[in-house]
Write a protein that binds this ligand. Structure first.
Ligand code: NCD
Length: 389
């Protein structure tokens, strides 16, 4: 039986009940039933409705078990694994990657699956044969970055793209050129991908309207850092397993953190129980509406947590004193072994970097590879960005 038939019959109880549940004409459902396939744009709605019928579907359920192409997408990678793995029947239809809510669950699942495969494929040996050969990627970083910029550069090169990293310090921006003038100039060079980091929230979205290539948000102000959230999810899937049902605490300077915002959105989408822990001065007003439980002290906040995600005090975004002193901040909110003991015994620790040791995290926690996933996050960063590119 085709997957479409089994979803319609086994989950919804036939064509008419499925039509009612999905608010579609019976003829549409009949069409899927006869074709044996369901167009990808309906998958998210079907997955959401299936949960109300007590069934949990993933993108995998939209393939036939006997389908050889689908089977191939699930096999272990080998040296023969194609560099653009087939995503049977699935096409990614978003031109840009700007923030997590732009994606459906199925997009996220497919990106994570692709990221997993790139993680397994490891280093691409012959970039000249890569799927991005002949394409140009411009890294446009208006804010400092080590991990993000370098991982996009490496990811682009491993896929065969020509990669240019713009050093904003030496570009015309320093001479007063506006963001949009820079974008117009770069656009005239016909890049295929523009990876943008900017101190102003919304800058990559604005650029996306003005250029004719794909724009990837590599962090904008305090707004979003979708590729970081995706690489964090990939790290968790690899190290811990299913994210659904995990209790995850994000701790520290939530107020100034685009990482926290994108992670709350993505982790919620993947079914985690998300907590935010910060002193009141570093907790954004209205954070309780983000879909996370709010705590101000580490002891109660970390209770029962499977994962503890630490954040840097982002002094460059602070326009006043938000904490009495770094020493006092470390005393109350810095992650030490003693505070980690409030979480589950096997809790894992994450940090997007760069770390301020002795401010938000102690070195013995950060460097203990039995608990810290920080290096694995960097590794996942390249693979995840290959998938996104
Ligand atoms: C984060 C960022 O830039 O938002 N870092 C990163 O991308 N690796 C977090 C931070 O700067 O503290």
């Amino acid at each position: 039986m085709s997957y479409a038939k089994s979803i319609i019959d086994d989950i919804f109880g036939g064509i008419r009940p499925a039509a009612r549940a999905l608010n579609k004409p019976a003829s549409t459902i009949q069409g899927w039933y006869e074709a044996g396939t369901i167009p990808q744009k309906h998958w998210t709605d079907i997955m959401a409705m299936a949960t109300q019928f007590g069934h949990k579907l993933s993108a995998d359920n939209f393939f036939d078990a006997t389908d050889s192409t689908a089977a191939m997408t699930r096999q272990q990678p080998s040296s023969e694994t194609p560099l653009v793995p087939e995503m049977h029947g699935y096409s990614f239809d978003k031109p840009h990657c700007l923030s997590i809510p732009d994606f459906h669950r199925v997009d996220i699942e497919n990106l994570l699956e692709l990221g997993t495969r790139y993680l397994d494929l490891s280093v691409q040996k012959s970039p000249r044969e890569g799927p991005l050969r002949g394409k140009t990627l411009i890294n446009l970083f208006f804010e400092n970055s080590t991990r993000t910029e370098k991982s996009f550069e490496l990811a682009g090169k491993r896929l065969g793209a020509d990669v240019i990293s713009m050093n904003i310090g030496s570009s015309s921006v320093k001479k007063g050129e506006t963001l949009l003038d820079t974008a117009t100039t770069l656009n005239a060079m016909n890049p295929d991908l523009l990876v943008v980091r900017h101190g102003a929230s919304g800058a990559p979205a604005l650029l996306a309207q003005k250029v004719s290539c794909s724009v990837i948000n590599a962090g904008d102000g305090m707004h979003a850092h979708p590729t970081q959230a995706l690489l964090d999810a990939l790290t968790l899937r690899q190290a811990v397993g299913n994210i659904d049902g995990l209790r995850i605490a994000i701790c520290g300077d939530i107020l100034h953190s685009r990482v926290a915002r994108s992670n709350v959105q993505l982790l919620n989408m993947l079914g985690a129980d998300v907590r935010l822990i910060a002193p009141p001065t570093l907790m954004p007003i209205g954070a309780q509406r983000w879909g996370a439980d709010i705590f101000h002290d580490m002891k109660t906040g970390l209770e029962g947590c499977d994962v503890v995600m630490m954040l840097r005090l982002q002094l460059e975004r602070m326009n006043g004193a938000f904490v009495p002193s770094k020493r006092e901040y470390f005393h109350y909110h810095g992650l030490t072994r003693e505070k980690l003991a409030f979480a589950k015994p096997d809790a894992r620790v994450m940090h997007p970097g760069p770390m301020n040791r002795g401010v938000e995290i102690s070195s013995d926690v950060a460097d203990d590879s039995n608990i810290s996933l920080i290096t694995r996050q960097v590794e996942a960063g390249v693979a995840m960005r290959m998938a996104i590119l």
